[in-house]
Design a protein around this ligand. Sequence first.
Ligand SMILES: *Cc1c(COP(=O)(O)O)cnc(C)c1O
Length: 357
Amino acid sequence: MRAYNFSAGPAILPEEVLKEAQAELVDYQGTGMSIMEMSHRGKEYSAIHEECIANIKKLLNIPEGYSVLFMTGGASSQFALIPMNLLGEGQTADYTNSGAWAAKAIKEGKLLGNVNIAADCGKEIPTRVPSIDELKLTDGAAYLHITSNETISGAQWKVFPENETLIADMSSDILSRPLDVSKFGMIYAGSQKNLAPAGITLVIIKDELADRCPDTVPTIMRYKTHIEGNSLFNTVPTFPVYILCLVTRWLLAKGGLEGMQKQNAEKAGKLYEAIDGTDFYTGTAVKEYRSNMNVTWRIANEELEPVFIEEAAKQNLKTLKGHRSVGGIRASIYNAFPVEGIDALVSFMKEFEAKHG
Ligand SMILES: *Cc1c(COP(=O)(O)O)cnc(C)c1O
């Protein structure tokens, strides 16, 4: 039996995708080889690579002048690569601090250049992301960096600031809703939350930004290298790209990102309704910034939280423990998380309150 897996990442993948991968794992389309065993420049893998890029362009309606890249090192590497490539000497980069992930991006930025914290609500409880009107931006900043969804705190940007060079870490909400990519300089996401298994980082970058890179940056660390090499400068992790390709097909068949957005809002809505319906539970994030991907809450009597997590697991509701740094309860309900699992959790929450409330 498949578990209702609320893991924040690596996270649930669509069951259909896993089954398809399983069916062709040992013998990919009559070749007698697994896709994992083939050249990253061969015919079969090339077709997957190109389809995956094309599907992402289609899903996000990506305009001309942007490249879709598969890189490695996770979103964490991007924290360093962004300032290395895009923050020129003497320039300042604006960053918003909305929580744990934003803070990690800021730390790397500071190692490499001047950083202005345009807004800081990183330690506030209830958790939130900054509002657009509180941003204190630098004239002529190299870029503005935001974290579109704080995976740990459960706060999400609903409207994005207008900025010439907006860069967003979308690790935990990429492909969960439609986006106007033309409003961004760059978007990036580690694969293991809403895309694929761990192993690749999806980067969508405006090509002209990549030209900013100083000559001293090593070849493999330049966005330009990966744009010119079509993400094949070195051996790309072929299996995660293959799974991502299957996931993008699944998304297209499900009505694309409009379909996902609607379903994600419904799923999160049911959980927030259950949380708000009683004083027994309290949402962690400020209502207007609540995440549709990572729903976080507390139980008034915090001692009951480990009991909740343990009893839920016995009912096949797995991995509901909040991040070790903050505690509480967290339900990560990415695209692939089924609606039935939400209904099961809502019933369990009611039962649990009746028993312990
Ligand atoms: C998980 C996560 C990261 C870190 O991703 P890695 O791929 O492990 O480097 C960065 N930012 C956000 C918002 C995340 O959720």
